[in-house]
Design a protein around this ligand. Sequence first.
Ligand SMILES: Nc1ncnc2c1ncn2[C@@H]1O[C@H](COP(=O)(O)OP(=O)(O)O)[C@@H](O)[C@H]1O
Ligand SMILES: [Mg+2]
Length: 286
Amino acid sequence: MSQIITVWGNPGSGKSMFCCNLAKVLTAGKEKAIIINADSSTPMLPVWMPDRLFDASASIGNVLSALEINTALVAERVCVLKDYSFIGVMGYSAGETPFSYPELKYEQIRQLIFEAAKLVDYIILDCSSQVVNFFTPTAIEASDLAIRILTPDLRGVNYLKAHKPLLTDAKFHYGDHLTFAGLARPFHAIDEMGHLIGGLDGMLPYSKEIERCGTSGEMFHALGYCNKHYLQALKLVKERLQPQENTVDTEAQEEDPELQETGQPESQEIRQPESQDKEARHELTE
Ligand SMILES: Nc1ncnc2c1ncn2[C@@H]1O[C@H](COP(=O)(O)OP(=O)(O)O)[C@@H](O)[C@H]1O
Ligand SMILES: [Mg+2]
């Protein structure tokens, strides 16, 4: 049975990008992961894989509206990345709308999550920011580890303020979630924001190279451009998932004057994404 990781937070905070980077890190040792996104407002299959055409049956909407959701059905419908077969994805197809399928239901979502969990080592649930979309609360409830990613600004703070009261039930284990500041820039008042949202466990700094990966259809190549703060956040997640194997290294979480001033990683030279990927993974798995 896999470990289930749920990523939620305010719109545009870098959740989907984080899920891609996390999937890369978690599968570096040839484990397998499936990322599931059930937000029909932005179909993710064409965002993850813009160069591939999928028929309607590849859509998660199709799986979620099946009469019976079982392991065989999920295995058949997972779309495996062409150049990285350890990661599979499930999401809506190009052109689908929120009206393409019946409304999502708690039982179906739960079933999908647990059937998918029988297939691989890690399930990463990439949530919509809307909790009225049943996927997000169901995913938080089902998770072994939940991560909230908030932009360190008024939007992030107020998103949390609006959603915290909806997640007070013990089944959401709100107090155990990790909190990361997404798209952190040098002008953000990180400390103040951290204080307002009850503490930060890490930072996912903005980088124009990561943004370029996102906008050019290469979300799975962004890991190589993540700076040490981003990698430290990924490492923390990995350690939380495998507490017996690692000890938490808090060193890189200390304030970095360079980042405070420039917000950019120490090294700006362009290297081949894949070789950077390797380095990043190596650093994480050391
Ligand atoms: N650390 C980052 N640095 C720069 N751009 C980023 C970073 N993380 C995400 N992005 C970009 O920001 C936009 C929103 O990110 P995305 O992951 O789609 O957010 P969400 O899933 O929270 O709505 C995308 O264009 C993405 O490529
Ligand atoms: Mg997203």
